[in-house]
Design a binder for this molecule. Structure first.
Ligand code: SAM
Length: 309
């Protein structure tokens, strides 16, 4: 065997295989995300409250965090949301120690959900294949081995070719694109479970007007960006073609947070003299909000929503 396979299969094995990266590692040991900021949890609690109100504050309302990582978001939500609301973490790894008891933990999303499904930085970790236009103008799969060496493989299958033609056309030999069909399918699977409420994905992404040339496939390990080598020692991720995903709306995180009333406004200096503790807390919240809304950082992430009445 050559050891070369398509990116989708190689990433699946490297991240989720028996000895895969996410079977062993918590995201927090390698990189930071919005979900680890308490202000983000406040924003999600506000979304949950809006959805809960829209649904008439029913007895059974669940917030499901899919790809819950170390459970940070749910742990914060446990302190913010009414006890009537059930909290469920969906994650491949076992339940983290010390999570509040009211949080349920499971390896698969529930079949039916009434409430709010959140998937923060999940879709960018759904493995996808990579297409490259060869010198003869044929779109072919890029293959990779466990050391990150690449070569061209077969020509694209019909459904992948259609996706590429529609969402990320390759025009010049050497053009390269990540095929988003697996992400589209992952979102369709999650939203098919939603009876009433909202599903919200928060992720890195791009649209047809700003697809990054050559794609975005990259690695992360121990706080550093690395080559995307599918060796199980690092995260392998690619941004999401958000406009290809069947959802009701999408907007940048910065705009979503502003619409929810989160702005990075410095507290007045007078507060520092009157109540130094309150000032320090308000300043910490301003700093966190500034990070979450920074257009060059987390603020540039996308919020994708699917709403069911
Ligand atoms: C980039 S991390 C994000 C963690 C957390 N949501 C955050 O934003 O900090 C992606 C997480 O999704 C989990 N994951 C990926 N595919 C999954 C699946 N099919 N079912 C459950 N968890 C999954 C991984 O194990 C990993 O913890």
């Amino acid at each position: 065997m050559s050891g070369f396979e398509r990116w989708g299969a190689a990433t699946e094995r490297a991240l989720y295989g028996r000895a895969g990266f996410y079977r062993r590692e918590t995201p927090a040991s390698h990189f930071t995300t919005s979900a680890r900021t308490p202000v983000f949890a406040e924003a999600i609690a506000r979304v949950a409250d809006e959805v809960d109100e829209r649904l008439g504050r029913p007895e059974g309302f669940t917030v499901v965090d899919v790809g819950a990582g170390g459970g940070d978001l749910l742990a914060d939500l446990a302190g913010l949301l009414d006890r009537r609301i059930s909290l469920v973490g969906v994650e491949l790894r076992p339940r983290p120690a010390g999570l509040p008891e009211r949080i349920a933990w499971r390896p698969e999303p529930p079949d039916r959900v009434s409430g709010l499904i959140v998937a923060c930085e999940l879709l960018d970790n759904v493995p996808c294949d990579v297409a490259v236009l060869d010198p003869e103008g044929r779109a072919r799969y890029e293959e990779v081995d466990a050391e990150g060496r690449t070569r061209l493989g077969e020509t694209l299958e019909a459904e992948d070719e259609q996706w590429i033609d529609k969402w990320w056309p390759l025009t010049v030999p050497g053009d390269r694109a990540e095929i988003g069909r697996t992400r589209d399918a992952a979102w369709a699977d999650l939203t098919a479970r939603l009876d009433r409420g909202t599903a919200l994905a928060v992720d890195y992404g791009h649209t047809r007007s700003d697809r990054p040339q050559g794609g975005t496939l990259t690695g992360f390990a121990h706080g550093r960006q690395t080559e995307p080598i599918p060796d199980g020692a690092r995260d392998v991720t690619a941004h999401v073609a958000v406009d290809a995903i069947a959802c009701d709306s999408f907007q940048r995180q910065r705009d979503a947070l502003h619409a929810l009333g989160f702005t990075a406004t410095r507290p007045p200096m007078a507060l520092a003299y009157r109540n130094p503790t309150a000032y320090a807390l308000a300043l910490a919240k301003t700093t966190a909000t500034a990070r979450l809304t920074d257009p060059a950082g987390l603020g540039g992430h996308w919020w994708l929503r699917t709403d069911r009445p």
